[in-house]
Design a protein around this ligand. Structure first.
Ligand code: AMP
Length: 140
C-alpha cells in the first residue's frame, strides 16, 4: 500500500488538525491517544512520511525511539505506573489502523488489564489534564 500523505497523523504533523501534544522536536511528535487503552496512553511518531517500521528510514526510527524512551519515562513518572507497555503494529493484520509509523506508550496499572485498542473516545478535558501531567514530568 502506498503511503497516504493525508493520513490523520501526517495532517497533525502539518498542523492541519489538532492533537493533544505532550512533546515535539525537529524530528518527532508525541500526543495523547484519543481512544486510550489506559490513562496516560501516548503516541510517538516521526515527522517524516513512512507507513510503518519497514518503510521508514532507520534514522527516523531511531529519533522516534529516542522520543519514545523519553516519553515512556515521563508517563511512568507522571502516573506512578508500575508497568509501561510499548507497542508498534505493522499492517492491518497486525492491528495497525493509522498508516504512519507510531509507537504506543501504554502505562499498565494492573497486570494484563487495559482497555480495548482504538475503541472508546476519552473526554478531551481528561486527555488535556493527562497531557499536562506528562509535560510536567518531561520538564522535571
Ligand atoms: P494503530 O491501530 O496501532 O494504528 O494505532 C492508531 C492509534 O491512533 C489508535 O490507538 C487510535 O486510538 C489512535 N487515534 C486515532 N485517531 C486519533 C486522533 N485523532 N488523535 C489521537 N489518536 C488517534
Amino acid at each position: 500500500m502506498a503511503y497516504d500523505p493525508n493520513n490523520i497523523f501526517a495532517r497533525m504533523v502539518r498542523g492541519e488538525i489538532p492533537c493533544v501534544k505532550v512533546f515535539e522536536d525537529a524530528e518527532t511528535l508525541a500526543f495523547m491517544d484519543i481512544m486510550p487503552q489506559s490513562d496516560g496512553h501516548t503516541l510517538v511518531i516521526p515527522k517524516v512520511a513512512g507507513e510503518n517500521l519497514f518503510e521508514t528510514a532507520p534514522e527516523s526510527v531511531a529519533a522516534a525511539i529516542r522520543t519514545t524512551q523519553r516519553v515512556a519515562r515521563a508517563v511512568q513518572r507522571a502516573f506512578s505506573a508500575p508497568g509501561v507497555v510499548v507497542t508498534q503494529f505493522n499492517g492491518q493484520t497486525a492491528g495497525q489502523t493509522v498508516f504512519h509509523l507510531h509507537f504506543h506508550v501504554i502505562p499498565v496499572y494492573t497486570a494484563g488489564a487495559w482497555r480495548p485498542h482504538a475503541r472508546d473516545k476519552a473526554d478531551p478535558l481528561v486527555l488535556e489534564a493527562h497531557a499536562a501531567r506528562i509535560r510536567a514530568a518531561l520538564g522535571g
